[in-house]
Design a binder for this molecule. Sequence first.
Ligand SMILES: *Cc1c(COP(=O)(O)O)cnc(C)c1O
Length: 610
Amino acid sequence: MNLLEMRMIAKETPFSVAGGEFRRRCSFSAGKSDLRLDDDTAKKPRVAYFCMEYGLDSQLPIYAGGLGVLAGDYLKAAYDLGLPMVGVGILWNQDYTHQYIGEDGRPYDKYPNFSFDSVKDTGITVKVRVRGADVTCKVHKVEQFGNVSLYLLDTNFPGSEHGWMTNRLYGGAAQDRVAAEIILGIGGIRALRALDIDVDIYHMNEGHAVFCGLELIREKMRQGMSFKDAWSETRKQIVFTTHTPVEAGNEVHDHGLLQHMEVYNGLTYEQAREIGGDPFNMTAASLRLSHIANGVSKLHGQTACRMWKDIHDAACIISITNGVHPQTWQDEGIRDAFERKGDLWEVHQRNKGMLIDYIEQHCHTRLNPDALIVGFARRAAPYKRSDLIFRSSEVIEPLLMEGKIQLVFSGKAHPQDGIGKDIIQQLVRMSKKYGKSVVFIENYNMEVARHMVRGCDVWLNNPRRPLEASGTSGMKAAMNGVLNLSVVDGWVGEGLQHRVSGWLLNPILEANLNEWEQDEKDLRELYRVLLNEVIPTYYHDRERWIQMMRASIDMSRWQFSSHRMIREYFDVMYEVTRSAQDLDIPSMPVGVYDESERPGYSSPQDEGRW
Ligand SMILES: *Cc1c(COP(=O)(O)O)cnc(C)c1O
């Protein structure tokens, strides 16, 4: 596809994605409006992106994991492409957790306080009402990590009585959560007003930000609109991304608590219930406050549609697959060698050596650079099955004893998650048992991730399907020529080709397997592919391995980049929404979204910006 064709597709997208109904309504408008729409699509809508956490750099620890790192990558992609966007978040006084392994092999949590040098005080403050108090929030600005401006709200400054509200990311009890959510949503909108930043579209990245909708409604009601009209006008301004394919992962609050915390922001109980139900479901509310919503991989979009199909009057859920920021995650040497058709192996061995040094410093074990290293770094959650590979010791033990396979693990458990901590304890036990071949790197963060996704040979991913919404660490690995060995879940089914750019486990999903059967089946397949494919190729067919590395980089560098992702958000979420605003169409047609109408996002060969 050439440049011109790409531009044309980009222009057509807002019309084609919405399906027949929307298109019909658009084409009803006579020639003049068509022209106006064309002009408008040329000018990008201005977007405010709301998220509870941001992973921009390990110097600024205000993230817990995948959601935050995605948000950080997003703001960097927006900056690279010169897009009109700002981020809104919270300046946490303490990180999620710094998690280390105790003498007993169990993780424990530390919460250092930060003084952030990288954060500038804008001098602006805003007030929000929380639990009977007028709470002052300072607004800070971050812009030095190659990102568009990120505004962070903070109640934790000398003289403030309300420091607890932004004390610790995902810490504390429900009251702490709700207080932080009020600050993000309601405070975030007020901050944008105080900063005099004009916004066309508000993007709620996950349901934590949903109260921003209540503030947008209040603003309109203050100008005399009825609740219904204010709600429907607000919906046109909001888009929503959901990330959780598990029912229990979606936050729900009791109305008694919401009232006590003063979340309603001028609305009545009945009105709040219309939006979020009773109890108040943050995801359902987000779907009713937005115009269009999305899941974070094709598969997850479908899963989310099924999950929320009974929510009355919800936004249509489409799919936009995640991507990662190449300049942050791909080693420059690898990129260079790929582009110049240079020696990928040599660069890879250098990256592997750096990982081995890092592990030696942190775990006091020196791995062998000439033996296969398989990496696995995830939040400790049972569905991710970190311990799957150990489940049949007859198979795995000889490989570990001989040093044919070396396993590198990392990951945190939520501080209040005992089961997650058990999982880590089990991995630490394995690292003690198989001394030289298994290591666990404590305190997983962007720095650890950076080393692992560059320096391992293989990246293992074996969640129970379809519970992994997207997964992004495998994309980072793929871009570095680290070969994915993965169950087909999240992003994996969309690009990875078996034995070409990685290895797929059980590509055909059999319905009706119970957990135990699924585990058995995946375990057998994992061993089969390891023994028959991965190990022989690594030790006896280096040339093929390098070919696969090349295919992996080629497959991922555009398709799973944050630049492709953000472009899709503009094309199919923001600009569609804005066209609807201009045409005064009350909402997008709800219904089945037709994937076949989506343009292919092939790599823009000679196009730096768009
Ligand atoms: C990329 C990344 C994640 C997300 O990876 P998943 O594959 O979704 O588990 C989590 N934490 C950190 C520190 C990361 O860099």
